[in-house]
Write a protein that binds this ligand. Structure first.
Ligand SMILES: [Zn+2]
Length: 215
């Protein structure tokens, strides 16, 4: 239906901004339920921290940022749940949800981890064959690095992640920072920093559409 509303909006002289506002973003908080993603012990407290809980916190803040800007948002999950019993079925369910909803943009939120506790930085992935996905990834990565000075820019990368390969719209997967780096774990757990991350991703999506040239 987004196409219809875009058409209607242009018919009645609605500006570009009203057309942009009707776009649907599907946000995918990585992992969930039995699939915890990376798990680390917080230095000091020893509390076990799971990737699935951080990705959901950031995703909820991103939803708020986008809705505040007038975008429509759907989440692949809004609880600590898996979408299927088996990992591939879980990933495919996330892409099916986005495809069936007719999403304009798909954003999967993840946290990185490494055996080297000094590894750090932010990187954004897109499917190798997706030119639009590549531009979306550039736009989001650039917004993140501008908004979060001091974080290492690991760049934009192309990879055949299931959620990128099977989605029918520009899609990105963001590795927000390294949970395995104690300093960056504190960053990832801080609600204010999560808000900065979310705001930058929203700005990256907005500027992707702002710069998009008509086909
Ligand atoms: Zn992950």
């Amino acid at each position: 239906m987004a196409g219809f509303f875009d058409w209607l909006s242009s018919l009645w002289g609605g500006g570009g901004s009203s057309a942009v506002k009707s776009k649907l973003v599907v946000i995918d908080p990585g992992h969930g339920g039995r699939f915890s993603g990376a798990v680390v012990n917080e230095p000091g407290s020893g509390t076990q921290i799971t990737e699935k809980s951080i990705t959901l916190d950031i995703a909820r803040q991103l939803r708020a940022e986008l809705e505040w800007r007038g975008w429509r948002v759907q989440m692949t999950r809004d609880d600590d749940i898996a979408l299927a019993e088996e990992i591939n079925a879980d990933l495919q369910a996330r892409t099916a949800l986005a495809n069936e909803a007719g999403a304009d943009v798909f954003v999967s939120i993840h946290c990185n981890s490494s055996d080297n506790p000094e590894s750090e930085g932010i990187e954004t992935y897109h499917a190798p064959q997706s030119e639009a996905g590549g531009r979306l990834a550039q736009s989001i990565q650039q917004a993140l690095i501008q908004a979060l000075p001091g974080h290492h820019d690991r760049g934009v990368k192309a990879k055949d992640f299931v959620v990128l390969k099977l989605t029918a719209m520009p899609a990105v997967l963001i590795e927000t920072e390294f949970m395995s780096n104690p300093r960056q774990l504190s960053f990832l757990l801080d609600p204010a920093e999560q808000g900065r991350l979310a705001r930058a991703v929203a700005q990256g999506i907005v500027s992707f559409y702002g710069q998009a040239t008509p086909v």
